[in-house]
Design a protein around this ligand. Structure first.
Ligand code: NAD
Length: 385
């Protein structure tokens, strides 16, 4: 069984983005080889996460100059991002492609997978269950994102996060407001608390209040009526009336904060707009806002995708690709997620990918198979588009 790993820094992905992460680490290559897989890696694939070719070679991988050398013979393509259409056109039928395939927003690529008889597995669709935790790439990358967003904000703040009492005076702890307390938000809360900040947080799912408090943060209680969550634990979209109450209630917290970090997402849809330019204009000079969702639509009006901008005297960070800022940790975690997934579903001697739609993880995450789009959520979303 042959698995191919791309050098994604060479723009092999769907978007022109210099990806720093890699779908394997030397440690997971060793484990895949022990499992009986032949691992082909494009040269330089690990360089931006600080793993050099020789480490992969010592772990048992075969290095290749370009993917074309082997693409037509492989069984599995494991990537961080969706491969581009040209790459997909070189893959044989029945290849299993695994990665962040962004399927709700990449209908044409998903159709190409189906038409090419490729079994595409989208890591974003892996259920958030206990059994799937070790494969949950959304969580591993969001945890790192939460940490990175606080570090970025701290480096832009013209003050410090902890209280500092010195003979030269006392600096009060910074006030940090985190909106959205999912995986990334909770990690941001924990990181800001560790650095000594006072942390306030809000989420439309009241069930997370206890988690916020257990990390030492305060939860902002706002009564907006029924909010609820989907059966998978994702937030539901709010009504216009709820959005208006919320925006008003959060205004004061935003105005008095030194740092605001927004992490709100809606599964399969554009993220909600949380902070208007008007509210932004009432913030203290020198404050910092981090918009986690800037690349996918933005939680903050005026944030610029991929950039850090000044609006009045407020620094708005929308650089995105957060986990890549700590590329080695991000590669290590993602590579483990991919290895755990392959280890779970590659069985038998010789090894082969065992696809069963009776398995809840595969039923949710395999989005194309046997010439068809197989995921009902996607089919519905494409019909509604
Ligand atoms: P997410 O990235 O989809 O959203 C981030 C947070 O934003 C969520 O907590 C959401 O409720 C919140 N949000 C959405 N709209 C908002 C708004 N208008 N204002 C404020 N907050 C808003 O979330 P996620 O981190 O991917 O987590 C999704 C779910 O999966 C959660 O229920 C989480 O507990 C669960 N989860 C479970 C496991 C597991 O059991 N293995 C692992 C990870 C996550």
């Amino acid at each position: 069984m042959k698995i191919l790993i791309l050098n994604e820094s060479r723009h092999t992905g769907l978007h022109a983005h210099t990806e720093k992460r890699c779908a394997v680490s030397p440690s997971t290559v060793s484990k895949l080889v022990r499992k009986g897989l032949v691992v082909f890696i494009e040269k330089g694939a690990g360089l931006l996460s600080h793993y050099n070719d020789s480490e992969f070679e010592s772990a048992g991988a075969t290095l290749i100059d370009t993917a074309d050398e082997i693409a037509s013979e492989i069984d599995v393509l494991a990537c961080v991002n969706a491969p581009n259409k040209l790459m997909v056109s070189t893959l044989p039928a029945h290849t299993v492609v695994i990665g962040h395939l962004d399927p709700f927003f990449q209908k044409s690529l998903v159709n190409q997978f189906a038409e090419s008889n490729i079994t595409a597995l989208s890591v974003e669709m892996i259920p958030r269950s206990s059994r799937a935790q070790k494969m949950d790439a959304l969580s591993s990358q969001a945890s790192l994102a939460g940490y990175v967003m606080v570090m970025k904000a701290a480096s832009r703040l013209p003050s410090i996060l902890p209280m500092m009492m010195t003979p030269s005076g006392t600096i009060k702890p910074a006030k940090v407001f985190v909106i959205g307390a999912g995986v990334a938000g909770l990690q941001a809360i924990a990181t800001a608390k560790r650095l000594g900040a006072n942390v306030l947080a809000y989420d439309t799912r009241p069930v997370v209040a206890e988690q916020v408090e257990s990390l030492g943060g305060k939860f902002l209680n706002v009564d907006i009526g029924e909010t609820g969550q989907t059966k998978d634990g994702y937030a539901k979209e709010l009504t216009d009336e709820q959005k208006a109450i919320l925006a008003e209630a959060q205004k004061e917290a935003i105005q008095s904060s030194d740092i605001v970090i927004t992490t709100a997402q809606l599964f399969g849809r554009k993220p909600p707009l949380l902070i208007s330019k008007d509210t932004l204009s009432t913030m203290k000079p020198g404050s910092v806002v981090v918009d986690m969702a800037a690349l996918s639509g933005g939680n903050v009006e005026g944030s610029s995708p991929g950039e850090t901008v000044k609006i009045n005297d407020v620094c708005v960070i929308g650089t995105g690709n957060w986990s890549e800022e700590v590329s080695r940790a991000a590669t290590d975690m993602y590579a483990n997620n991919i290895y755990n997934l392959l280890d779970e579903f590659i069985k038998d001697d010789p090894p082969a990918f065992q696809l069963s739609f009776d398995d809840d993880i595969l039923a949710a995450s395999v989005i194309t198979h046997d010439g068809k789009v197989t995921n009902q959520l996607l089919i519905k979303s494409y019909e509604g588009a």
